[in-house]
Design a protein around this ligand. Structure first.
Ligand code: MF3
Ligand code: CO
Ligand code: CO
Length: 294
């Protein structure tokens, strides 16, 4: 069976592991899940998670959400983005965890803070938040060796209509992406749902950065593009854990990376917003391991 093609996987289909049994009698249940685990590792380098791994990632995820809440309650006009970094760093350490961004491929801070036209990977520093700004805070935490990754875009004071609009479309883009995650759908279905929605709202989808497998490391296989065609890409199966994190621009999709080699901005200077969660593919759909209302 050709997992990479357009085929949809149903409970009564032959199992993709090649056993000859129905999928529901074979690798859909954890009893024989080892076969698919080996297959996905060998074919895609995807590391499926056991229930004990999921519990570890869920705990890390709870801490990520608490950290985002701390950041949100501190955000006010006049605050430097560096203060968000200090807060995230201290709160993470105080809770016996580590901030994954710090020194990751040379990243100099403990959290990404991305304001207005900054798409992602903003380095906290001297930039002072102004009333009317939008600010993305993207937190990745390592707790007991498990990684969870989530982010939200916050409004600084009262913001204009366009800022409200891009934040709404970015939030909804994550929601429509998560809504199609279930065994039998593919990675391409997630991207297609997000792209169809966001472009239908007159916004654009950043291509250069994707969601990603997560849990044992910061960035694992597979990549989860936020654009694409239905039915394409890897078939989703229970035990996959990955992020969905669409970066949505109010203007054109093109980006530029600044001389600091990290900060990603929109080429046209338009606003960009992003929401991210870490999710588990379950037997019936998906469960967020960093759940917040969308
Ligand atoms: N948290 C980002 C993501 O969602 C990655 C940041 S990499 C860093 O994948 F080095 F900038 F932290
Ligand atoms: Co992130
Ligand atoms: Co991520």
């Amino acid at each position: 069976m050709d997992l990479g093609k357009t085929m949809k996987l149903r409970r009564n289909d032959p199992c993709p592991c090649g056993s000859g049994l129905k999928y529901k009698k074979c690798c859909l249940t954890s009893k024989h899940g080892l076969d698919l685990k080996t297959l996905y590792l060998q074919r895609y380098r995807i590391r499926l998670k056991e229930p004990s791994d999921v519990e570890g990632i869920r705990k890390a995820g709870r801490l990520v959400l608490e950290t985002l809440d701390q950041a949100e309650s501190s955000i006010r006009p006049g605050m430097a983005t560096e203060e968000i970094n200090s807060l995230v760093h201290e709160f993470t350490i105080k809770n016996g965890a580590l901030p994954a961004p710090l020194h990751y491929h040379g990243f100099p801070k403990s959290v990404c803070v991305s304001v207005n036209e900054v798409v992602c990977h903003g380095i906290p520093g001297n930039r002072v938040l102004q009333e009317g700004d939008i600010v993305n805070v993207d937190v990745t935490t390592i707790l007991n060796g498990y990684y969870a990754d989530a982010g939200k875009t916050f409004l600084v004071g009262n913001v204009g209509f366009q800022s409200q609009q891009i934040v709404r479309v970015a939030r909804e883009s994550l929601r429509v992406g998560l809504a199609v995650i279930r065994p039998g759908n593919t990675v391409g279905d997630v991207g297609a749902a997000i792209q169809g929605y966001a472009e239908g709202e007159g916004c654009s989808v950043v291509r250069e950065f994707t969601g990603h497998g997560v849990g044992f490391a910061f960035h694992e296989a597979p990549q989860i593009p936020h654009f694409g065609k239905r039915g394409e890409g890897v078939l989703l199966i229970p035990g996959m854990v990955f992020t969905v994190e669409p970066m949505i621009n109010l203007g054109e999709k093109e980006i530029v990376i600044l001389d600091d080699e990290w900060t990603v901005v929109t080429k046209d200077g338009s606003l960009s917003a992003q929401f991210e969660q870490t999710v588990l593919v379950t037997e019936t759909g998906c469960e967020s391991l960093t759940p917040f209302a969308l």
